[in-house]
Design a protein. Structure first.
Lengths: 113, 118
């Protein structure tokens, strides 16, 4: 009964390729996020969606396109991958009412060669 | 200016001792939330504890407690009776503003790597 799941866990690909990462949450939360963790372990918000609507878009290259088909899913598509895109990408979810704790998925380690 | 500052890049603590991980924050918003997450070597981010800016009492969750000193803008994590499994990276994070339908981005500190020595 995983709360926030991501696929794939590892992704190794060549520069210039296009790839997608999928995220699903079964917590009934109304908000989902994508964060990027770089090689120095620094975590930074990329996007947030509330009820399928894009709320936060944090100066991310437009090669990155999130899509939320429904409240429980948030996918991340990356076009024309670059070496600097290598990182761990975390999906997270939260419920607006309450403490607003964000629960994270296991992460997807993307390596661009 | 850094919004979240964690001044201890690494700490070594003897098993069963208590440990305090420092976190200071910077915001002018009267409503905010402070979070601590644990990231073990396996890589997942585990939510530990939350403190709201208007909460009167310090948050506690089992062996974790948050020493919230609002005037000093500090939110230190205290782990009592440390265990070997506590060895991990620990991140302090802040949400500025009240929960607001998706605008609740977390700003993270640079983390503290805690190693528990048997």
């Amino acid at each position: 009964d995983t709360a926030v799941s991501q696929t794939p866990k590892y992704l190794v690909t060549q520069m210039g390729n296009d790839k997608s990462i999928k995220c699903e949450q079964n917590l009934g939360h109304d908000t989902m996020y994508w964060y990027k963790q770089d090689s120095k372990k620094f975590l930074k918000i990329m996007f947030s969606y509330n009820n399928k609507e894009l709320i936060i878009n944090e100066t991310v290259p437009n090669r990155f396109s999130p899509k939320s088909p429904d409240k429980a899913h948030l996918n991340l598509h990356i076009n024309s991958l670059e070496l600097g895109d290598s990182a761990v990408y975390f999906c997270a979810s939260s419920q607006t009412s309450g403490g607003n704790e964000q629960f994270f998925g296991p992460g997807t380690r993307l390596t661009v060669l | 200016a850094q919004k979240i500052t964690q001044t201890q890049p690494g700490m070594f603590v003897q098993e069963k001792e208590a440990v305090t991980l420092d976190c200071t924050y910077d915001t002018s918003d009267p409503s905010y939330g402070l979070f601590w997450y644990k990231q073990p070597s396996s890589g997942e981010m585990i939510f530990l504890i939350y403190q709201g800016s208007y909460d009167q009492q310090n948050a506690t969750e089992g062996r974790y407690s948050l020493n919230f000193q609002k005037a000093r803008k500090s939110a230190n994590l205290v782990i009592s009776a440390s265990q070997l499994g506590d060895s991990a990276m620990y991140f302090c994070a802040m949400r500025e503003g009240p929960p607001n339908f998706g605008n609740e981005k977390l700003t993270f500190g640079t983390g503290t790597r805690l190693t528990i020595i048997p």
